[in-house]
Design a protein around this ligand. Structure first.
Ligand SMILES: [Fe+2]
Length: 321
């Protein structure tokens, strides 16, 4: 039995992968069966805060499994233990505030695949950590697969060195259209009022600017957002110099409501986008939820998505600086 520190036992989960010597996710369980209550967990986290944060950076994903975490209140208590500052969600996903630091994850239809992304990747400020809690595991599907971002960059550089260089140098530009009112039949159906947290157009424009976006009002009441130029990859401190695939080209390229191109207007070749999509899937870690799971992502290092799911499925989220 492997003990990392005496308060946790390292476990295993289906789908885990060893990437560059690190297991993703690192599974942490109660050291004894009588230590699975919330109070013991909070105590264990409190006395290992720094170590725990280092593990999130080292392994990119840490999964707490086997604890009695039952609801949003319990989850919130875990989130608050660390003292990491909250970061407000800005983006297209419809989400509902549940309790203190806790929100629903994307409430778009369960039948749709939410494509892999770094949380809030196009915003000026994005979370360092995304923490998810599974209150109701889906009966079928509904996984939250994730991808070590630097592996995508590595493979893209191997296969498309010229194209990657061009995109890196020219940088990228995106457009995105948000509806006038919330449309919960779409996973990107967040209306602009919710997206920007205001119903005042001038204020929405100001907030968009602060996030590095321009907005255009559309005759149907919706809004077109133009973002860019943005980089293709990013290197973050403390992550072994890894070049993260910190963009949303595959998710936004050539869609009805979104686009991605180079900042000077050059199109990104279709076959490059297609192959990138395959690479992301090949490098993904197929993680399956169990009730009570709490999963910590290093949002600098991982892309994550959501597979189509049968109902019911309840996964809650908190995002931190
Ligand atoms: Fe997300």
């Amino acid at each position: 039995m492997e003990y990392c520190c005496k308060e946790f036992k390292v476990g295993k989960c289906e789908g885990e992968k060893v990437v560059d010597g690190e297991t993703m996710p690192l599974v942490l369980q109660p050291p004894q069966s009588n230590k699975s209550d919330l109070e013991s967990l909070i105590l264990a986290l409190k006395s290992n805060k720094d170590w725990f944060e280092q593990m999130i950076i080292k392994n990119s994903a840490v999964l707490l499994r086997g604890y009695d975490v039952n609801n949003a209140q319990d989850f919130n208590q875990i989130v608050e233990t660390f003292g990491w500052e909250d970061i407000r969600y800005v983006g297209p996903a419809p989400r509902t505030h549940i309790y203190k630091r806790v929100w629903t994850a994307n409430e778009g239809p369960l039948s749709q695949f939410i494509y892999y992304h770094h949380e809030m990747v196009l915003m000026k400020e994005f979370p360092k950590k995304v923490i998810l809690f599974c209150e109701i595991p889906p009966p079928e599907g509904g996984e939250t697969p994730f991808v070590p971002s630097f592996k995508v960059t590595e493979k893209m550089l191997e296969e498309f060195p010229e194209e990657v260089k061009e995109m890196e140098e020219k940088r990228l530009k995106y457009t995105f259209t948000a509806p006038g009112a919330n449309d919960t039949s779409s996973m990107r159906g967040r209306g602009w009022e919710d997206t920007f947290g205001t119903s005042d157009q001038k204020e929405a424009e100001r907030r968009a600017k602060a996030q590095g976006m321009e907005i255009e009002w559309l005759p149907d009441g919706g809004v077109r957002t133009i973002l860019g130029p943005r980089g293709l990859t990013r290197v973050f401190e403390g992550r072994k110099g890894r070049r993260m695939w910190f963009n949303t080209v595959v998710g936004m390229h050539g869609k009805q409501i979104s686009s991605a191109m180079m900042a000077d207007g050059t199109e990104i070749p279709e076959h490059v986008v297609k192959r990138c999509e395959e690479i992301i899937e090949e490098e993904s870690i197929q993680f399956k939820w169990q009730k009570g799971d709490v999963l910590f992502f290093d949002n600098y290092a991982l892309l994550h998505g959501r597979r189509p799911s049968l109902p019911p499925r309840k996964v809650l989220v908190a995002t931190c600086k």
